[in-house]
Design a protein around this ligand. Structure first.
Ligand code: CDP
Length: 793
């Protein structure tokens, strides 16, 4: 394990040929405003689509009159659910084997649901005509509180499903119930805590949208869309539309943030495709901010009871949890098929315990569908919050320091690979040094002294710790698929005659810097400078098949594919080099960028020399074809398990209950690091997300089902004013099964930071006898907690 604090930033002067800090290749275009996003796509004759959305959460549709809208200037078409139903297109499959209405036919089931669309010559004409569509609704009682969804008198939401008589969505369990009960029965101490992880929204800066262009002459559909998974989307469109895949090209250009929000297929994409087929013209649909917040994939919404059993001296024996999951009106979660609760099974955290059990019930409510992995590997954020909060509750009960309690219970380095009591095989980890580095950077003992002094003066200062283990890199094909599509990733590498190269990926960057880091991976393996390696992604006609970017899977899966494809090219280059140097392959030594004759270092050929020979005149060694390229489809043998130790220091104003995050120390271990600068950026972004979720963000509803977070005036996301200067550090514990030892990192900070912040706030409120308060810890929530009136949201 390597311990390292972040050194000072330096630029590309070092010109790394491989891993290291390197400015992002994509930034010149982003920083100059030259990114090309879906909304930048302009095609000749392009029409514009706008969607009419339901103003109510639950209602029967009595009638829809579109005549005035059709007569409105510039309008080319007005389409309702009934019209789609005639073509059997009114419903579409979700990524969780449910169905979702493209346009409502019978009922609307959440506020903001798609009811009709208008296609017009420009965006304004389309929006104006929406106002002229007359819909008569017969309003029904909505189900808003998930706790009421299974009440016998609860209104039935999904009467479209045959034989459905209640709002039950699915049940799921993991672990060993009897063994856990036995452990709880003999424990000295059992602590229980109810926790709510509220509904939040990924809120990417760019909202969702698409441009569909169906060419009736060659029968080809081109779709520019804001998708994190272009290949998976193409196959699903092919299945639904009955078109062959080669007649569908999905292009995901520059994407202004995804965070899981751009994984599902939204009705708007389908509407744009239908509109282009109906009108024979290219059609653009771009949602606005409110549409994004009220109708696209939300995240979390878990109501959890956590229980932890331990010995009096602080040995954790077991963890048990009961979860009520609110899945909204349609089950639109994007998770591998066998994992309806995502990877929530890692709720046992980083601790070596004897037994664990989880029982989950998921329900339908009259809210937008989703449950997406918002900067999280499929529900791990919820799992980490649960375990890190109840470990703190236990520390409180035992009167033990929360750092000491964690250190006492960590899985030890020699126990890896470690199989958890819920069946996850953690690949590698060395937790104590990571924790100790965070404590050293924080000056933990000094902070506790400062806190004691302040407490004596009536000041409210809190120190919160969270230690997480994530499971990222979905996933091994034997276990993981999305709607039958295995989660392996293709990668192609082609070295041109002059030694410049292009690498084609199936994953799609939404700002994570793939054009830089994937070039670095290939550079490290074959010694061509990153500047000479172009990374192509986001276009199904020009990249190999793969399942896309979410759950920090790019580095664990496609990153491995890129390293292995480069090694394949290097193997071929070695044979060509042996011919060029007239020695046997065994006599060649590889030094990044060149093969040398062992014992005769003066004789060597560079990878560029070899590329020219591969394409040039003259014979190649027997059995070797011309060209220097390779392709691969990488099926990971396991997930990768990054970990991290986070320490947060907060101050609370006793007069206003305003929480200020004064310091935040984040030590991450993502195995081998490709570009430390990009990793820092990922961590900074995730920590900022964490402050948002812990202190500010919640998609709330009133009792009628009106969404109260429909604009960024109400749904507060953090700015630079709300966050401190992040203090980051790293340890390095490589993954044993990943070809370069790398683990994902993109989501670690979003996963690990909310419990650290909440633990800090609760710690600050200890003088008031507070053991827990639910997120978001807004001043009013903190005030209520201080007055002993904390209540679940
Ligand atoms: O799938 P996604 O790109 O969102 O997440 P990731 O695989 O964790 O990668 C996020 C960014 O961090 C990418 O540019 C990676 O190449 C980079 N990274 C890195 O430099 N070293 C690592 N060990 C992991 C990620």
């Amino acid at each position: 394990t390597v311990h390292e604090r972040v050194d000072t930033f330096h630029d590309n002067d070092q010109k790394p040929v491989g891993y290291g800090r390197m400015l992002r290749k994509e930034d010149p275009r982003f920083l100059r405003g030259r990114g090309r996003y879906v909304d930048d796509v302009q095609l000749p004759g392009m029409l514009h689509l706008a969607i009419l959305r339901s103003p109510v959460a639950h209602a029967r549709i009595v009638s829809i009159d579109t005549s005035a809208a059709e007569a409105s200037p510039g309008v080319k078409a007005v389409v309702t659910g009934a019209m789609l139903a005639q073509q059997n297109l009114a419903w579409m499959p979700t990524l969780s084997n449910d169905v979702q209405a493209v346009l409502a036919t019978d009922k609307v089931r959440f506020q903001g649901q798609e009811v009709a669309f208008v296609v017009a010559e420009d965006r304004y004409a389309a929006r104006d005509a929406l106002e002229l569509i007359d819909v008569e609704y017969d309003v029904l009682d909505p189900v808003i509180d998930a706790r009421r969804a299974l009440a016998p008198d609860a209104p039935l939401i999904r009467d479209d499903l045959d034989g459905k008589t209640n709002n039950h969505c699915f049940d799921w369990e993991t672990g060993d119930e009897a063994a856990t009960e036995a452990v709880f029965a003999r424990a000295d101490v059992v602590v229980s805590q109810d926790l709510v992880y509220p509904r939040v929204h990924p809120a990417p800066m760019e909202t969702c949208g698409a441009v569909a262009d169906y060419d009736a002459v060659d029968g080809k559909l081109r779709l520019w869309s804001t998708t994190q998974a272009p290949h998976a989307h193409r196959t699903l469109y092919a299945i639904v539309a009955g078109l062959p895949e080669h007649k569908i090209q999905v292009i995901s250009p520059d994407i202004g943030g995804g965070f899981g929000n751009k994984v599902p297929i939204y009705p708007g994409y389908v509407c744009a495709i239908v509109a282009s087929i109906v009108t024979g013209k290219p059609v653009k649909w771009m949602e606005d901010r409110s549409e994004n917040l009220i109708s696209t994939g939300f995240a979390r919404d878990y109501i959890m009871r956590g229980e932890i059993a331990a010995t009096r001296d602080g040995r954790i024996l077991g963890i048990r949890t009961n979860v009520l999951a609110d899945h909204g009106a349609f089950n639109g979660t994007a998770a591998p098929v066998k994992y309806p609760a995502g990877f929530f099974g890692v709720f046992t955290g980083s601790y070596d315990i004897e037994a664990a059990y989880c029982k989950m019930t998921a329900v339908y409510t009259n809210k937008a569908p989703g449950g997406v992995a918002y900067a999280c590997s499929f529900r791990i954020t919820e799992a980490v919050y649960l375990v890190e909060r109840i470990v703190d509750c236990l520390a409180d009960e035992l009167g033990m320091d929360p750092a000491e309690l964690r250190l006492k219970n960590f899985i030890q380095p020699e126990q890896f690979p470690y199989t958890t009591k819920t069946g996850w095989v953690y690949d590698s980890g060395n937790y104590e040094p990571t924790m100790r580095l965070a404590m050293e950077m924080a000056g933990y003992d000094e902070l506790r002294r400062e806190q004691a002094e302040k407490r004596a003066r009536g000041e409210l200062m809190g120190i919160g710790i969270a230690f997480f283990t994530e499971a990222v890199g979905a996933g091994p094909r034997k276990d993981m698929d999305i709607l039958g599509l295995g989660m392996a990733d293709g990668c192609e590498l082609r070295v041109h005659p002059t030694g410049k190269a292009v690498v084609r990926l199936s994953v799609q960057s939404q700002g994570q810097g793939h054009e830089t880091t994937f070039a670095q991976i290939v550079a490290e393996e074959i010694g061509i400078p990153p500047a000479d390696i172009e990374v192509l992604h986001g276009d199904t006609d020009n990249t190999p098949f793969g399942l896309g970017t979410y759950g920090s899977r790019s580095t664990p899966v496609s990153g491995a594919a890129a390293a292995l494809v480069a090694r394949k090219v290097r193997d071929k280059a070695r044979i060509i080099a042996s011919g060029m140097l007239e020695v046997s392959v065994a006599d060649l030594e590889w030094e990044k960028g060149a093969f040398r004759v062992a014992g005769d270092p003066g004789r060597s050929v560079t990878i560029q020399d070899i590329a020219l020979r591969a394409h040039g005149a003259g014979d190649l060694p027997e059995g070797i074809e011309g060209g220097l390229e390779a392709q691969i489809c990488y099926n990971p043998s396991n997930l990768t398990y990054p970990h991290g130790a986070y320490i947060c220091v907060v101050d609370i104003d006793p007069g206003t209950a305003q929480v200020t995050v004064r310091r935040f120390i984040a030590v991450d271990d993502c195995g081998t690091r490709i570009n430390p600068m990009i990793i820092e950026g990922q961590v900074h972004g995730g920590l900022t997300d964490g402050v948002g979720m812990a202190l500010m963000e919640m998609i709330a509803f009133d009792e009628d089902g009106n969404c109260l977070g429909a604009s960024l005036m109400d749904y507060l996301i953090p700015t630079s004013l709300e966050v401190p200067d992040w203090e980051t550090g790293f340890t390095v514990t490589p993954s044993p099964h990943h070809p370069i030892g790398a683990k994902g990192v993109g989501e670690s900070a979003t996963v690990g930071s909310p419990p650290a912040i909440v633990n800090a706030v609760v710690d600050a409120l200890k003088p008031f006898g507070v053991r827990h308060a639910d997120m978001p810890l807004t001043p009013s929530r903190v005030w209520d907690a201080m007055r002993g009136q904390a209540r679940p949201p």
